[in-house]
Design a binder for this molecule. Sequence first.
Ligand code: G16
Length: 543
Amino acid sequence: MPIVTQPCTAFAGQKPGTSGLRKKTRVFMEPGYLECFVQSIFNAIDGGAGKTLIIGGDGRFFNAEAIQIILRMAAANGTARAIVGQNGLLSTPAASNLIRKRKADGGFILSASHNPGGIDADFGLKFNGSNGGPASESLTEKFYAQSQTITQYHMLTTDDVDLSQIGTSELEGMQVEIVDPVADYAELMRELFDFDAIRSLLSDGFSLRFDAMHAVTGPYATAILEQELGASADSVLNAIPSVDFGKGHPDPNPIWAKPLVDLVMSPDGPDFAAASDGDGDRNMILGKGIYVTPSDSLAVLAANAHLAPAYAKGLSGVARSMPTSTAVDRVASHLGLDCYETPTGWKFFGNLLDAGRITLCGEESAGTGSDHVREKDGLWAVLLWLNILAKRRVSVRQIMEDHWQTYGRNYYSRHDYEAVDSAKADQMMSGLIARLPNLPGTGTGEFVVATADQFSYHDPVDRSASHNQGIRIVFENGSRGVIRLSGTGTDNATIRVYLESFTPKDGDLGADPQSALSGVANAIAAITKLQEICGRSSPDVIT
Ligand code: G16
């Protein structure tokens, strides 16, 4: 068999972050770099013998080339079967679904998510386990351990596999099955939602726009929203995936999807608008004249999920990441549901979903999902919103106002400081951590610190502990600031500051969020000394 074994010289100790390994594309393209990371994964999972693996990515620059390398290595490591999305495409939730549906042992998902694509932008690779979810902390540690000691990788010397033709072929003993990336996912969505109700809403003139941001959800949204549900042919914007995402930043938030936000804020804008990210796991929800924060969206979905067939019997429980606002906690308490607080990163929801303790979960970073797969799912969130709108037949704004009048409003915003000098960011964090025990009781006026700590998570299912998961500062007036360093950036450090304050249902529910949060923002700025240490007076991105 034409297998060659190469030394791993230029690669050592690569630690995957919040969501797999993310680096500049040119780094992944260095000879042997991707190969040694992939071999670390194969070593950690005891090789490929007898295994079925799903392979696909978001279509960014180097996606197709990397898949050819992974296929050759999978075969060289003895893998029994590789199931690959046609043309190398699979959205992250569609890959998760395929892993589960085909009872695969895991899958390689090639994506740097919402980060830009291109030879001078970002690339990423993550491995999901047999439950369809991101590798657990313990598996990630195994990849890391392997990457520190790995000396060689195994690779076939064969021609490329034709990724464009659906069907099965053989690569030196490994079955390679090329599948339609959309079909299985669309079938799952059909099972979960009331497509007839959504069709009827749309045929009654309800208008929508979905911005695929030149990324992977284009084919999924076109097939489901336009071809199956009957949305007009101009409903999906930027629908063709491109290797550099149209030179954009495929992150569905009001900054990077500004044209969509402008459209929906204009008087003749659509009734509903949404966007997804590079790999299709995130979502942004908008209605005519209104932006729905991801934290509020999670709360609204939890309160209304019973209107969709899959959730008609109610939810088993809900979960949110620690920095996500507590809006969903209020819904859970109203419905008598358990509500779990997990660290940032979808992998922490996996055990709760597998154990049936939760049905819905979400993160402030535009990720929402349920137990239908083990990833967050952008188009799923859009379809659940459409199902709710089809049943309630009121506007998005009306849904939000009703929600706040029932539960009160959690004003919420995240301020990101990007490309901060890593040493200064570390200095700020360690200084703050050292001062945490002395913070309670300090501050002025309304902003006296009640509690200040670092978040630790104790998984209720496998009892594992995860420490140092972000700093929480809660004030006596109930406002909260959370500070943590991003685990997904590729350019120095990104400092995230999450701000939240609560207004009860008889208070001012229609304020501008940044104004409502200015007090807590100033208090957190003073406590962190962010400007003094990092030299930044205002955030680069506000969501
Ligand atoms: C960010 C978000 C997290 C999210 C992670 C991965 O992590 O803050 O909530 O889980 O990205 O998201 P995706 O899979 O879409 O890339 P961090 O560490 O940068 O804050």
